[in-house]
Design a protein. Sequence first.
Length: 93
Amino acid sequence: VKSAGVGPLSDLQKAVVTLKEALAEIHNAEDSYTKAQLSRVLRLETMIDIRGVCDAAEEVVPANLWTLATYKELLFLDQHTSTGPEDPTFYDE
């Protein structure tokens, strides 16, 4: 986003701060039950909100500047890697 000069840079920066604060709160919680509750909120609420910001960034950043795996690459990972018989390391495992 920064290199491309497009996208929700300030929102992404805020999201990083939010994640760091949430993780610190989890690590500093006194008991496992509280940690579990905070982890649930982080995973099922906070991360879903932040995903929207990341999706918005991925939509506007040119593919050649996007340094993370795209959803398409993750969904079809088996088509981007070689682990079949044509791969000589396949039989050595």
